[in-house]
Design a protein around this ligand. Structure first.
Ligand SMILES: NC(=O)c1ccc[n+]([C@@H]2O[C@H](COP(=O)([O-])OP(=O)(O)OC[C@H]3O[C@@H](n4cnc5c(N)ncnc54)[C@H](O)[C@@H]3O)[C@@H](O)[C@H]2O)c1
Length: 356
């Protein structure tokens, strides 16, 4: 704990973004972690691509490494995998002074983070996110989770890692649809921040440009998200900004029943919530088109047939992010000027009227 200027900093950690970082782990990990056992948790897509590179360097640093591989995919965010991994940690005599490294996308990060937060009441954690979504979103903010049959991310903790290491070159091996999905999250942040960040997004006119501009895009997104999270760790106020596009997006995602990826649904949600505010004269004219263009250039979807249907309103009523009978729509008055619009859930349909 650090005490400074009447402020108490409970946990302070570094997020390093650098091309080729995956080959320079010693410089960052060794000063932080004393000799210990390390569980390298990865999945069966990422493991074959990157685990050997990481393991080799950890061995060179004299850590005793155990590689634990989970099946790739959302289904691994389960009690079954929690139990399996925790039992493997126990069988290998992991103690609280040992450590976990999460090497993978958001699924590995969420699961390994959750396990790190509960094994022996908390064991040290380093995140090495390899998907674009994990690099710009899930590895920053300390949220961990697994899913229940009743819903995604229903069980979880807030648990901050000791270090986050982001090597943007890993996104070169991502399937294109996942690369583009992660970029949707970046456009969302850029629209909220505006300025230089929005200018970088203007340079992305095809999916390959995401890779060309990756380091700048990731840095801008992470510094925005870290700033928000630092001010609002437990998501009570400012962090709600990050829900831009989520109210409509979640509903569409649910109704499309697995056909849309989360980031694709959020892209649709952003465009349509903006169209509503623009029609009502609460947003500078042309802002919706500017956001749509950025998303469309990389092939993100902008529309879904469910928008405005009775099922759509029912899905919004059941959104777990909506507290009581009140919801808050996030929009931008213009690029870089976000705003909140609180509304009674029951009044949403009337308020939207023909605008959706
Ligand atoms: N904790 C948070 O704050 C937070 C925020 C947003 C999303 N999430 C969670 O993150 C998850 C989604 O993240 P995701 O999209 O990274 O999913 P994911 O981990 O399933 O990764 C997507 C796919 O890409 C593969 N992959 C990852 N990196 C790769 C690489 N470099 N090369 C080739 N393949 C690679 C994975 O094996 C997987 O098949 C969801 O479970 C979501 O709930 C968490």
């Amino acid at each position: 704990m650090i005490e400074e200027n009447n402020e108490i900093i409970l946990k302070n950690y570094r997020i390093k973004i650098q091309t080729g970082l995956l080959h320079q782990l010693e410089e960052f990990i060794k000063p932080l972690w004393s000799q210990r056992q390390v569980a390298l948790i990865t999945d069966d897509n990422v493991g074959p691509l990157y685990a050997a590179t990481v393991e080799k360097q950890l061995n060179k640093m004299n850590y005793k490494v155990v590689v634990l591989t989970i099946p790739a995919g959302e289904a691994s965010k389960s009690w079954r995998q929690v139990q399996r991994v925790i039992e493997l940690l126990a069988q290998n005599n992991f103690v609280r002074s040992d450590g976990i490294i999460a090497l993978g996308g958001g699924v590995v990060g969420d699961l390994a983070g959750f396990i790190a937060s509960i094994y022996m009441r908390g064991i040290s954690l380093i995140q090495i996110p390899t998907s674009l979504l994990a690099q710009v979103d899930s590895s920053v903010g300390g949220k961990t989770a697994i899913d229940l049959p009743a819903g995604k991310n229903m069980v979880g903790t807030f648990y901050q890692p000791d270090l986050v290491l982001i090597d943007s070159t890993t996104i070169k091996t991502l399937p294109k649809r996942m690369l583009v999905e992660g970029y949707g999250e970046i456009v969302k942040c850029a629209a909220l921040v505006g300025g230089r960040f929005w200018a970088i997004v203007q340079r992305v006119n095809e999916p390959e440009d995401i890779i060309r501009q990756a380091e700048k895009l990731i840095y801008a997104s992470v510094s925005f998200k870290a700033g928000v999270v630092q001010q609002d760790e437990k998501e009570t106020g400012l962090r709600k900004l990050l829900n831009f596009g989520h109210t409509f997006g979640h509903a569409v995602e649910l109704l499309e029943d697995g056909r849309l990826m989360h980031g694709e649904a959020v892209a649709i949600g952003m465009v349509h919530v903006m169209a509503v505010f623009e029609q009502k004269g609460m947003t500078v004219s042309g802002t919706t088109a500017a956001i749509s263009e950025r998303l469309e250039r990389v092939g993100l979807p902008l529309d879904a047939p469910e928008l405005g249907t009775p099922a759509f309103y029912r899905a919004i009523q059941h959104d777990k992010k909506i507290r009581g009978d009140q919801l808050t729509l996030v929009y931008v008055k213009k690029i870089g000027e976000p705003a909140f619009f609180p509304l009674k859930t029951a009044e949403l349909k009337n308020w939207l009227g023909a605008a959706i």
